[in-house]
Write a protein that binds this ligand. Structure first.
Ligand SMILES: Nc1ncnc2c1ncn2[C@@H]1O[C@H](COP(=O)(O)OP(=O)(O)OP(=O)(O)O)[C@@H](O)[C@H]1O
Ligand SMILES: [Mg+2]
Length: 224
């Protein structure tokens, strides 16, 4: 089976920055669930943004699902992301004045899928232990923990092959965090979703198949 994620000699440098991140080789198999950790500022969010196609590498190649993702035009990358990748950002980026249902159906709309959204949304809300009437509430009126779970439902609605999740449990207490992890992993198992899960909280590594330290893949280094 082809790997879900492959990186070869990927280098990224922010504009005007004197530091660059380099990853020589990394491969994640389809259906693998990985805990990705590293100190603050080590480049975890940068790596997820590269994999989501929000950032472009300066050099090297990123292949997703066997497709040369980093060589696609930005329009094609957006389309590929909408269809195949779910992203939960460190700030969840829900549209606060829209209802939960509208927030989720926007993701489906961008992927060109308009059917069966409500049924699946109900399923995810139940699995994520959110009351079904939450669907009609404004996203901005939910608690932070509830918004975090809605962001997961939105990321999963198109049944993405790859799910990228950045620090999703920071606002949850211990019990809510453990329940959240159990739900997330069970949803990923349902569809054999490849999961990259970024967190500072080492105790969450037990929920995933393996743990990878970003410093073992590559480092930010000074460049002139
Ligand atoms: N838009 C940007 N422009 C310039 N430098 C940036 C930008 N975003 C991040 N950086 C720098 O890139 C490095 C990696 O940042 P990144 O956000 O990927 O770290 P992180 O591992 O996700 O940290 P945290 O655990 O705090 O979320 C940091 O040194 C940061 O200052
Ligand atoms: Mg980050």
């Amino acid at each position: 089976m082809q790997p879900a994620i492959e990186l070869h000699n990927v280098e990224h440098r922010y504009e005007k920055s004197h530091r660059a991140m380099g990853i020589s080789h990394w491969q994640v198999n389809s259906g693998e669930r990985i805990f990705l950790h590293g100190p603050s500022g080590s480049g975890k969010t940068t790596l997820l943004n590269l994999l989501a196609g929000i950032l472009e590498p300066n050099s090297g190649e990123i292949k997703l699902l066997g497709q040369a993702f980093s060589s696609l035009s930005s329009k094609k990358r957006d389309k590929f992301r909408a269809r195949h990748i779910g992203v939960v950002f460190q700030q969840f980026n829900l549209v606060p004045h829209l209802s939960v249902e509208k927030n989720v159906s926007l993701a489906a709309y961008f992927a060109g899928k308009k059917t069966q959204i409500n049924e699946r949304l109900d399923h995810y809300l139940t699995q994520l232990q959110l009351p079904s009437d939450v669907a009609h509430q404004q996203a901005g009126h939910l608690s932070v923990g509830q918004q975090q779970r809605v962001a997961i439902a939105r990321a999963l609605i198109n049944k993405p092959e790859i799910l990228l999740v950045d620090e999703p449990t920071s606002a949850l207490d211990n019990d809510a965090r453990d329940a959240f992890m159990t739900m997330l992993i069970s949803l990923c198992k349902e569809d054999n979703t490849t999961l990259l899960f970024v967190s500072h909280d080492q105790s969450l590594a037990q929920y995933l198949d393996s743990a990878v330290s970003l410093s073992s893949l590559g480092k930010y280094r000074e460049v002139s």
